[in-house]
Design a protein around this ligand. Structure first.
Ligand SMILES: [Ca+2]
Ligand SMILES: [Ca+2]
Length: 170
């Protein structure tokens, strides 16, 4: 086979191996764009759903802030009633403004909004609910009161912030 015959084989315009297309046709381009669009719509749809279902960060931060404020107030109280008449619960009933020991706060169940130390509703925080439980416990073998503060939000049943602390008799 001479050179002419070889060239004719490779450059034969009929049986051509030399004129392969290097681009894409319009049909291939349209199909590719369609597939990418469908994938993009599906991805964005899943993303927006997960964002919509997650709790608002501002509301979660506010709930945590309320829980910390209640917890701080409880921890600052004397371990037992100063009058020496501690019953192990809330001797003062629901009168938070005269609570004077840690386990008095076991009666706190604010379902109409977060309240201040004087038992007054705090404007703007009516949607938050706060429950406090105080129970005898031990911390590394030392008698302690276990305090749990739980905050929820009326507008989002999935939102729940819970803080736990131990108060020893120091
Ligand atoms: Ca008391
Ligand atoms: Ca008490």
């Amino acid at each position: 086979m001479n050179l002419t015959a070889v060239l004719a084989m490779y450059y034969d315009p009929v049986n051509c191996h030399c004129r392969k297309q290097t681009g894409v046709t319009l049909i291939e381009l349209i199909i590719s764009i369609t597939i990418i669009s469908v994938a993009l719509v599906a991805t964005l749809g899943a993303f927006s759903q997960s964002v919509a279902k997650s709790a608002d960060p501002a509301i979660r931060a506010q709930a945590a802030s309320i829980a910390m404020a209640y917890m701080e107030e409880v921890l600052l109280q004397p371990y037992a009633d100063p009058a020496g008449s501690d019953t192990g619960g809330c001797e003062e009933g629901n009168s938070r403004d005269i609570y004077d020991d840690v386990n008095d706060y076991d009666c706190i169940n604010d379902t109409t909004g977060a309240k201040d130390r004087n038992n007054n509703l705090i404007p703007g925080l009516e949607g938050y609910n706060v429950q406090v439980s105080v129970a005898p416990s031990t911390l590394n073998g030392t008698a302690a009161q276990k305090i749990v503060v739980t905050t929820t939000y009326d507008g989002d049943a999935s939102l729940k912030v819970s803080l736990t602390a131990f108060r020893v008799d120091y």
